[in-house]
Design a protein around this ligand. Structure first.
Ligand SMILES: [Zn+2]
Ligand SMILES: [Zn+2]
Ligand SMILES: [Zn+2]
Ligand SMILES: [Zn+2]
Ligand SMILES: [Zn+2]
Length: 226
């Protein structure tokens, strides 16, 4: 279960942030380093007043920082790559965070492939217009309406306005855990796959260049490399 921007109690009894955060773009990311504070682009930080955000010192606490968390799904670039191509000096203002992928979920929760797949909700289509229960649909902040196989209350990442069509769960209850969007997880995996492929192509350049798909002239062997 993923509870974005949630706090847990650390070793010294002090409250610390969990690793998952829900960003204003609607994507959920994980922080894999020590500093797990919320960023300026965390969804719940967006509800802070504009004047609070301007006076950043007020915003900074052990739970909240004034930087932004990188969204690999929106940028389409893994953080480490993005860091290489940008010319910005320190302080960078963008904190390393990782998009949610199935392999990451497997590692994080110690689940096998099937259990991780069961965590994901597929986009909702009803092309045959058959009857169905609205209560199984959820409109997420990422922009996708998904189908939850289990009947559950809205999650941390359901939209507020106009809200989920079937949000008639008793007392419009909202649970702190997120509903995972299969489509956005697949997009994040594509981002990684693309860069893995680029790395492979780079590594094989000067060799037979056989990675590329489709007919192409065999590239000249390069001496210099990268
Ligand atoms: Zn957060
Ligand atoms: Zn927070
Ligand atoms: Zn995003
Ligand atoms: Zn919902
Ligand atoms: Zn989505």
């Amino acid at each position: 279960m993923i509870e974005p921007c949630a706090t847990t109690t650390g070793a010294a009894g002090r409250k610390i942030c969990g690793i998952f955060h829900l960003l204003t773009c609607g994507h959920i990311i994980a922080i894999d380093n020590e500093d797990r504070r919320c960023g300026r682009n965390c969804q719940h930080a967006a509800t802070l007043s504009a004047s609070t955000l301007e006076h950043s010192e007020e915003l900074i606490s052990h739970m909240q920082y004034n930087d932004k968390l990188h969204c690999e799904t929106c940028y389409g670039i893994p953080f480490d790559r993005y860091r290489l191509i940008t010319s910005q000096e320190e302080p960078f203002g963008l904190r390393r965070s990782l998009a949610i992928t199935r392999s990451m979920l497997q590692t994080n929760f110690g689940l096998d492939h099937d259990l991780v797949n069961a965590m994901l909700c597929s986009p909702f289509f009803n092309s045959t217009l058959k009857g169905f229960d609205w209560n199984n649909t959820h409109a997420l902040r990422c922009g996708h309406e998904v189908w939850s196989i289990t009947l559950r209350p809205c999650g941390a990442n359901c939209t507020d306005a106009p809200g989920c069509r079937g949000a008639s769960y008793p007392q419009k209850e909202r649970r702190a855990d997120a509903i995972l969007c299969q489509e956005c997880v697949a997009r994040a995996e594509l981002v990684y796959q693309r860069y893995t492929k680029l790395e492979e192509e780079r590594a094989s350049r000067g060799g037979d260049g056989g990675v590329s798909a489709g007919p192409r002239a065999t590239p000249e062997p390069r001496e210099a490399g990268w």
